[in-house]
Design a protein around this ligand. Structure first.
Ligand code: NAD
Length: 490
């Protein structure tokens, strides 16, 4: 795919720079951005360290009050314009997302489509009612209004870099917060430059959005910065735990959207062709590098063999390779280290008695669609998030056993249930200790209008999207009004 066409993105503007009040050089230097499939350098960006974060946070704080005082309709207009620009320039931007994050065309297209949906959802939030009249506690008027936190720090991962950045950024901006955003340094264009460009062209006042690509040191600097009031973090449980520890110590609100080991429960009354298709999509989309990926296929023992056969046939027909060829279903894994981590988990499962029925090998960064049957608790393939294209099949005898196998996970993000009997599936759904359950669908589902997130190592009780955004990106301010001040006893 061609990334030479740059009418909108305009690399001249941002090459070697980050987005402060304007495109500027950083103190921490410049880093190349590479295509994970080929290793080719596709761009360079400014990389931020703690000094750059301090600068961005101070500039954002200075710009925030003016932004919050703008009419909500004006904030909404700018957000909607940014969504329009994202869609209008999709044809130019999709190849960048494909090259930088190793995405096949449909996945890159989903990022544009959902990115615009999240921004439009945020635009609507800007004009939502923002408070409550409170019951009288004495002879005065009391009301409570929702107010922005101030500056929100957003930290995002490499896998769905555009959507997972913009869903926090747009919601924070809608309510009058300013934002300092740190995309993963491996995906600074999809997770940062594109977002800066659409808001720059949409007329967002200078300084309100600062985008500084950087590593963990930059992220940790955000967690201690006195000008930042809240951290919205999407990433691993390990990263999130560190962020919560540091930001908590510095009295910041923390929103954590973390990993998952998500069960797809296939009941014995399911249509097996459809169940196999759901299993393959949930386990293999974007090489399994999705927090909501189907990490465990729990198949009723009566249908497990027939389902497995169908899934193996599918896996063997899904080629892995360079997405830019337009000929593959699976793109590259983000790093060599991650390829090694996937291989270790697969090898350990086989050593402990699981059966490898497809894949289990890789050609460089391209890991083959893999099917492991006979996966059991105690194997890392059962217990851990793999973040690779590995379908792990385990069996159960009773519905209660499927519930128990799901609920024993350290994570609790999403689950899916495939059954011809919706009432039976809903009974199961009620018993699953996860944040999101999809009846008659696999586990990869998200969108702007639903509260997204889950318990245990999947998050810290916060949610993102839909009705959750007002809770997360604003706080309360109580105002009480007496007609005149009155005397106290002393
Ligand atoms: P990661 O935690 O290593 O990195 C995510 C982001 O956090 C990056 O920007 C990184 O630079 C930053 N970071 C890492 N350590 C940090 C620290 N100590 N302080 C501050 N910032 C730090 O995650 P990853 O492995 O790159 O991403 C994949 C993980 O993200 C998976 O576990 C996946 O399930 C999860 N994820 C969750 C969601 C969700 O919405 N729940 C969505 C996508 C991915």
């Amino acid at each position: 795919m061609n990334i030479e066409n740059q009418n909108f993105l305009d690399a001249e503007r941002w090459a070697g720079r980050a987005f402060f009040a304007d495109w500027q050089k950083t103190t921490a230097g410049v880093a190349d951005v590479t295509d994970p499939s080929t290793g080719a350098v596709i761009a360079s960006v400014g990389i931020g360290g703690p000094a750059d974060i301090a600068r961005a946070a101070a500039e954002a704080r200075a710009a925030q009050k003016g932004w919050a005082k703008m009419l909500p309709t004006d904030r909404a207009r700018i957000l909607n314009k940014a969504a329009d620009l994202l869609e209008q320039n999709g044809a130019e931007l999709i190849p960048w997302i494909m090259r930088e994050s190793g995405s096949i065309y449909p996945k890159a297209g989903i990022e544009i489509e959902h990115g615009a949906l999240f921004i439009r959802h945020a635009a609507n939030l800007a004009t939502a009612p923002m408070g409550l009249m409170l019951p009288a506690m004495d002879a005065r008027t009391n009301y409570a209004k929702r107010v922005p936190h101030g500056v929100v720090g957003v930290i995002s991962p490499f896998n769905f870099p555009l959507v997972l950045s913009v869903r926090s950024i747009a919601a924070a901006l809608a309510f009058g917060n300013a934002v300092v955003h740190k995309p993963d340094p491996r995906t600074p264009i999809s997770g940062g430059i594109i977002i800066a460009r659409i808001f720059e062209e949409a007329g967002l006042p200078k300084g309100v959005l600062q985008i500084v690509p950087g590593g963990a040191d930059a992220g940790e600097a955000m967690c201690v910065d006195p000008n930042i009031a809240m951290i919205s973090f999407t990433g691993s449980a390990r990263g999130g735990s560190k962020v919560a520890e540091i930001a908590g110590k510095h009295f910041k609100k923390v929103q954590l959207e973390l990993g998952g080991k998500n069960s797809l429960i296939v009941l014995d009354d399911a249509d097996l062709d459809i169940a196999a298709s759901n299993s393959a999509w949930g386990a293999f989309l974007h090489q399994g590098q999705i927090c909501m990926a189907t990490g465990l296929i729990l198949a009723h023992e009566k249908i497990a063999e027939a389902l497995t056969e169908r899934l193996v046939t599918k896996a063997s027909h899904l080629p892995a390779g360079d997405p830019s060829s337009g000929q593959v279903a699976l793109g590259p894994i983000i790093s060599d280290g991650q390829v090694k981590a996937i291989q270790e988990i697969v090898d350990e499962a086989v050593a402990k008695g699981a059966t490898l029925l497809a894949g289990g090998t890789h050609d460089g960064r391209h890991y083959a669609a893999t099917v492991l049957a006979g996966v059991k608790p105690g194997m890392r393939a059962f217990d851990e998030e793999i973040f690779g294209p590995v379908a792990c099949i385990a069996t159960f005898e009773t519905d209660q056993e499927a519930i128990d196998l799901t609920n024993r996970s350290d994570y609790g993000l999403a689950a899916g249930i495939i059954s011809a009997n919706t009432s039976r599936a809903l009974r199961l759904a009620d018993e699953l200790d996860v944040g999101m359950v999809h009846v008659n669908d696999q586990t990869v589902n998200g969108g702007p209008f639903a509260p997204f997130g889950g318990p245990r190592k999947s998050g810290n009780g916060t949610r993102i999207g839909g009705p959750a955004d007002i809770e997360e990106f604003t706080t309360w301010k109580w105002i009480s009004v007496k007609d005149a001040a009155t005397l106290y006893p002393f």
